[in-house]
Each structure stands twice: as structure tokens, then as C-alpha cells.
Design a protein around this ligand. Sequence first.
Ligand code: RIB
Ligand code: CA
Length: 307
Amino acid sequence: MKHIILDVDTGHDDAVAIALAAGLSDKITIDGLIATAGNQIREYTLENTLNLSEALEIEAPVFAGSTGPLLRDRVIAGNIHGKNGFEGPVFEKRKKKECMGNGIRWAVDHVISHPGEVTFVSVGPWTDLAVCLKSDERFASSLKEIVLMGGAVDHPGNVTLSAEFNVFADPEAAEIVLKSGVPITLFSLDVTLKLLLTEEILERVKSLPDTRYKRIFLDSMGYYIPSIMRSNGEMPAMHDPCTIAYLYDPSIFTYSYRPISVETKGDKTYGKTVGGKEDKNSNIKMGVNVDNDKFWALFFKAINNLV
Ligand code: RIB
Ligand code: CA
């Protein structure tokens, strides 16, 4: 069983990652969710995470994470994910409440009390993870693995030509994470942009028996597809879900071991993830290729387990 802390900025693709983790509970347990600022302000990403967790009957606690980056001015992606960060689905009045207390303190205590057992998955800006790493020196050595969505190594960025959103939103945090020495598996744009939703997949979802998640997925994609089409001219990439698919079946991807660091000084290249040459001794492996058929087979396996 893989125990994960899932740090999100729910958002449309974060929501697919959360659903994937919830539907793959034969191998993955969500120990806790932390909502951070990113796609939208934390108030909205927390609301979205709580709404989705309740709709999917996820029992894991949901904590509030960081309200913004360590150093730079806060950037959000309302232009892509909409005013509330997860435009499309409409949720009933919710009973689930955020778990009181600081999500970062909880994460540090949880990881330290379960040495070698917990994987930290970050699919928004990596601010919360960086603060955990800086809060207690035992955190890094107690972690089993770090799995990240973010960066663009040999591929142009999606915010600037240099930088991808999650890293651009907090480059200083990203540098702290990549320098932590913890085993890291990174899903950057280099591989996530090879995994696009297709009309055929959408039609297959529409043909499924009616469930809460089917409605949430279709309502969310009803907003997200035209939004991404306007922005990039293509169907949405399954950025964040790559992290969960990897944890369930690493064979879905191929990898390259690379030293990777973040440009935090350049004004034109601020937030660029800079990759060195292939190095088997690097503690960072990045996804390179993805087997789309295997991913989507896993996606349908997961959502068939959801309410
Ligand atoms: O660049 C893609 C990343 O930015 C994804 O995590 C998406 O949710 C947004 O946060
Ligand atoms: Ca995200």
C-alpha cells in the first residue's frame, strides 16, 4: 500500500488526480490532502478540494496549505481554471469541513511518525513541500519519495517560454525541493503534454453508467476543454494525474535520471527548470514518455470504482 500526502491547487486536472487516487485504493491510500494557492487563491482551492472530497466520499482529512509563494508575488491561473478555480461542476451544500490546524505541521508530524512510509505528491506550486522541508530536518530523511508535477526541462514553459506554472508560481520553493536530496520523480511538461484527453475518451465516459464522478468529470471538462483550446489550441493534458498513475503502475512511463535545478535569479528565465545531462546517480528521475493506452485503461479502472 502506498501512503500519500496529496498537495493540490484544485483545479481541473488536480481533480482528476484526486479521483484517480480515490479510485485506486487497492494500492493507494490518501493519508491527507493539503490545498495550496495556485490555480486560484487558497480559499477557492480549499473549497474545491473539500467539495470534491465529499462528493467522492474521500475520508482523508483536508487541510489548508500556503496562501502564496515564499518570496515572489502570487500568480494564479484564473484565466485557465476560471473564477473559482474549478469552473463547471456545481456542488451541493457541503458537510465536510477543513481539518483545523496547520496542514504543514500535520504533514511534518505525519511523515516523521511514519519513517520511510509516506510519499509526498505535489501537483500545485511546491510551496507547502518546501516549508515542510525547511520546518524540520527529520522530514526529508523520513520521506519515502517525492512525486511532483511541474517544470519544463527540454520543453518550453506554459507561462513564459522558460517556465511552467507550478514552478513559475514559486521558483524559490521549487529550488528547495529539487535540492532536498530526497528521491524525486518529476512529471514536467516534457511528458505531461504527451498525455492529452481525446474526444474518444470523452465519449467513452459519456457512455458509462451515471455516477456522481461521471457528472463532475463531464461538467468540469465542459469548461476546461474550451478554456485550454482557447489558450493552447489543443485538448487538455492530464498533467497532475501522471503522478498518481506512476505510483500505481510505474511501467506506464519511461524515465531519465537528470540533475535538475531552478533559475531563481534571471528576469527573463525566472522559474526555468534547468536539466543537466543524464546521470544515473541523480536522485531525480523525470518522466520522458507515456503509454497513453495504459494510462486511460487505469483511468477507467479507477473511475469505475467511484460513486
Ligand atoms: O502547468 C500545469 C500545472 O499548473 C498543473 O498542476 C495545473 O493544475 C496547474 O496547477
Ligand atoms: Ca495543479
